[in-house]
Design a protein around this ligand. Structure first.
Ligand code: AMP
Length: 299
């Protein structure tokens, strides 16, 4: 079973206290697609400009990502730039150049319309809904978001959440959305917006799932050095969806393990700039860290 992933496909210029790297392969969909590709076939839907380097297309291809839904349009690729503070948890956006993203309408090729697993990675919620409007009956729909959409497109986001199986957001977004400081109270409120599964990401502190089966506390893999956390959240949800798409049995049976796999892929993402580290690993590297996490959390 493949995963359909729609989101941003970008050039990221990233500054950390130690280094600066311009125009890396980035975007929510790029990170999620590469992460999912370790587990299942991936169909990517996005847009890039004519300036998008050919070597980045080759990276998608090396991960056997289906590019039929990737539009290449005259103009510039979406360019995002961010700078991290010393603790690497706080980031500020320096620049957002929309380029071809400004007029982007995700159009699904026919072969994509009956996809069973759909990940609506971070883009405008109206575009995420537009993708769902073109689909038949997916088995499992998950969406990610960002604070920007809570600020400027909340009504669109609230329309979208009614249609989701899983909603993934980070802790500050959960608090912003619900006005609740207590995470468990926030989770309860978010379920009322529609999704059966709600996952709150807490960066280096892991994530929490709330589902009809109860809560699951998913750890982050303990890293001694974080080089660049950009895209870690996208890698987490991409890895989780890739794992779910090929795991046998029900979502309830598999979702906890899927989160652990996502968490491990996210740990690799943090160890290099952009996708540099994630694109250099194999499934065996992921499996080894999953085993370590199993040991760390058994009691
Ligand atoms: P994360 O670190 O998980 O928050 O994701 C970072 C990724 O989000 C980067 O690769 C950016 O290219 C992408 N991104 C930043 N701003 C936006 C935006 N407004 N819409 C879609 N993607 C964005």
């Amino acid at each position: 079973m493949s995963v359909l992933i729609v989101g941003s496909t970008a050039l990221d210029s990233i500054k950390t206290p130690k280094a600066e790297n311009p125009r890396l392969l980035g975007g929510s969909a790029s990170h999620a697609a590469v992460a999912a590709s370790f587990f299942s076939p991936v169909k990517l839907v996005g847009v890039v400009g004519e300036d998008f380097p050919k070597r980045y297309i080759q990276i998608y291809k090396r991960h056997r990502i289906d590019l039929e839904g990737l539009q290449i349009l005259p103009g510039k690729t979406f360019h995002w730039s961010g700078e991290y503070e010393l603790n690497m948890n706080n980031r500020r956006t320096l620049l957002t150049e929309l380029g071809v993203f400004e007029t982007f309408t995700p159009t699904l090729p026919k072969a994509h319309q009956n996809s069973q697993f759909v990940l609506l990675a971070n883009i405008a919620p109206s575009l995420q809904s537009h993708v769902l409007n073109q689909m038949q009956r997916p088995r499992f729909i998950a969406a990610d978001t960002m604070d920007l959409w809570l600020n400027i497109a909340l009504p669109d986001l609230l329309k979208l959440t009614k249609r989701l199986d899983a909603f993934v957001l980070n802790d500050s977004e959960a608090h912003q959305l619900t006005k609740e400081d207590n995470m468990f109270a926030a989770l309860r409120k978010i379920h009322k917006l529609g999704p059966k599964y709600v996952i709150i990401k807490k960066g280096s502190h892991g994530s929490i799932l709330s589902s009809p089966q109860g809560f699951f506390i998913c750890p982050a893999y303990p890293l001694h050095k974080v080089v660049d956390p950009t895209g870690a959240g996208d890698s987490f949800v991409g890895g989780m969806m890739g794992y779910l798409a090929t795991a046998k049995g029900s979502i309830d049976r598999n979702i906890r393990r899927a989160m652990i796999y996502g968490s491990v892929v996210a740990s690799f993402c943090c160890e290099g700039f952009g996708l540099n580290r994630t694109t250099g690993i194999k499934r065996s590297h992921i499996n080894a860290r999953v085993k370590e996490l199993e040991k760390l959390t058994r009691f």
